[in-house]
Design a protein around this ligand. Sequence first.
Ligand code: SF4
Length: 116
Amino acid sequence: MPDLICIVCPRGCHLKVENGQVTGNFCNRGVQYGLQEATHPVRMVTSTITIRDGVVARLPVATSKPIPKWMMFDVIREISKVEITAPIYIGTPIIENVLNTGANIIATRSIERSPQ
Ligand code: SF4
C-alpha cells in the first residue's frame, strides 16, 4: 500500500498502512481514515447541473453521503445528464439512489426563478 496523506484535517499527516496497522497519524481519526482508504476508499462527490429559468445557470449538487471512490466518474456522468427548472430548494433530491450507491444527489443551495 502506498503512503497516504490524511485529508481529514489540514495537518495532512503522512500515513503508512501495513498489516492493518496505521502509523504516522497524529490522532485517532487518521487510523480510521487510513484503514478505510486501504480497504474501501470513499468520497463525497460535488458537481453542478444545468438549471433552466433560474437566477443563475448552474445548480451546485453533492452526494448525500460518501460513495465508493471507484464510482466517482460514473456518478459525475449521471449528474451531467440532468437538467432541472427553477425554483429549487436546498436539500431537494435531484437523483435518488444514484447508481444503487444508496446516496442521493441533492441540491446544495436554493435557486429562485428568474423574474421575466
Ligand atoms: S491524523 Fe489526525 S491530525 Fe493528522 S491529518 Fe489526520 S485528522 Fe489531522
